[in-house]
Design a protein around this ligand. Structure first.
Ligand code: NAD
Length: 429
């Protein structure tokens, strides 16, 4: 999503918002407030590199809206990061926290850099430099960062350590995505994939379909996909294929086993980036098919869990007539023109910012536990996650049924109304 030529994600986020604002007849003041980030920071991060030279990186934080609570959102490291990407992602975080009814707002941060070409010491320099610039402008009651694209628990710990050094006290509830044992929450690894399947389970109930009678195709075999397969299979469903990126061939492939993919078997031939070794997969009886084959299978359910822009106007026609449900684990996997076709075909879509909200919901649980300095057992975390995701799904599907809305629009209506109401209640508009 970062900086693709000719594609401006912030324009897309704004036009999505404008359409819903028209639909709910939002007054002009609230509309102007919500289509504009509340605060934006762009700054330099000088880092002494391993060769002795100083390199100056560009950092960002955009706090889109905090009417419902402290801002929440990840920090990305990406060579093509742009301020408009960060703005769009910050706005989408506001809708995501609102649709699952978390007492949080939305933010996003970034640094233009490529960690592949940076030593750990140089990356630490970027993390500490980012925090030196932002330490007075973020905090547990203001804005709570988390890991995102190409950042991880180690980056978060360096940032937390710098923040605590500057403020001279411990703030374990500031920053989520910390390792378990250093303030992280049990269940975070499973949270997004399981959350996706909690919403899928509820969607199947609504369609009057038993999970045991369904077959699914999956795009991706990373964190989200693997835990989605685990829980969906436990519910009795069968995943017949997964697709993933092949670093060597610089393309993606679909791996199919009509009797059902076996999670542990595939994990044993996968790398830590969710790539699968074709030869080893073949030895285990998986058929290797072209990239888009996952989308063309005779299945009931599609779960895009890899990246954005995958179900498009060009390939939506290849989706089997049997597909009744699409549960979006990835952010932005379906383009607006493909959406139109899915609406016409009456495919039930659980939209991304609802379907994959299990991650931020568990991050919120991490914040709560860290603030209390008391940590829950994994079952307790996952039980609370189920309650949150299920009630968010039910609120959206009830509105969709009542007002005859597409699920994506219903989710936006709920989220935007909640944020607008909070702004009104505070007397901002
Ligand atoms: P990941 O890096 O663990 O896995 C990504 C998977 O996608 C890998 O299997 C990779 O091979 C595959 N992939 C990459 N390019 C592909 C292509 N062109 N075709 C097919 N497969 C391809 O990532 P993840 O954490 O599982 O995240 C997946 C998606 O879910 C992303 O859109 C992410 O933004 C979104 N998401 C993740 C979380 C989370 O908690 N991890 C939360 C919310 C949203």
């Amino acid at each position: 999503m970062a900086g693709k030529a000719g594609f401006n994600p912030f324009e897309m986020a704004r036009s999505q918002f404008d359409r819903i604002a028209d639909m709910i007849d939002l007054d002009s003041g609230t509309r102007e407030l919500l289509r504009t980030p509340a605060r934006e920071f762009a700054f330099t991060i000088p880092v002494r590199m391993d060769d002795g030279t100083v390199k100056v990186f560009r950092g960002f934080r955009v706090q889109h809206n905090d009417a419902r609570g402290p801002c929440k959102g990840g920090i990305r490291f990406h060579p093509q990061e742009t301020v408009d990407t960060v703005r769009a992602l910050a706005m989408w975080m506001t809708w995501k926290t609102a649709v699952v009814d978390l007492p949080l707002g939305g933010a996003k941060g970034g640094v233009i850099c490529d960690p592949h070409n940076l030593s750990p010491r140089e990356q630490e320099g970027i993390c500490r430099g980012w925090m030196r610039q932002m330490a007075k402008l973020v905090g547990p009651l203001v804005d709570v960062p988390a890991p995102d694209v190409m950042t991880n628990a180690q980056h978060m710990l360096w940032m937390l350590d710098e923040f605590e050094a500057i403020h001279g006290a411990k703030y374990p509830g500031f920053i989520t995505g910390k390792p378990v044992g250093m303030g992280g929450s049990l269940g975070r690894t499973e949270a997004t994939g399981y959350g996706l399947v909690f919403t899928l389970r509820e969607a199947l109930k609504e369609l009057g379909v038993r999970a045991e009678s369904t077959v699914a195709a999956m795009q991706g075999f990373g964190n989200v996909a693997q835990y989605a397969i685990e829980l969906y299979t436990r519910l009795g469903g069968k995943v017949v294929c997964v697709s993933c990126w092949d670093q060597k061939d610089q393309t993606s492939y679909t791996y199919r086993k009509p009797s059902g993919v076996q999670l542990e078997e595939l994990r044993s031939v996968a790398d830590r980036f969710g790539g699968i070794d074709p030869a080893k997969a073949k030895d285990k009886g998986y058929e290797q098919l072209p990239a888009e084959a996952w989308l063309e299978q005779e299945v009931d359910i599609l779960m895009p869990c890899a990246l954005e822009n995958q179900i498009t106007g060009d390939n939506v026609g290849k989706i089997s007539k049997r597909v009744r449900l699409i549960a979006e684990g990835a952010n932005g996997p379906t383009t607006p023109d493909a959406d139109k076709e899915l609406v016409a075909r009456k495919v039930f879509v659980v939209p991304d910012f609802l379907a994959n909200a299990g991650g931020v919901t568990c991050s919120y649980f991490e914040q709560v536990q860290s603030n209390m300095n008391y940590f829950w057992e994994k079952d307790e975390v996952l039980g609370k996650l189920d309650v949150k995701m299920t009630s968010a799904f039910l609120a959206v599907s009830e509105l969709a049924r009542k007002k005859k809305l597409f699920m994506r629009d219903a989710a936006h209506v709920i989220a935007i109304n909640r944020v607008a109401q909070a702004c009104k209640d505070r007397g901002w508009v």
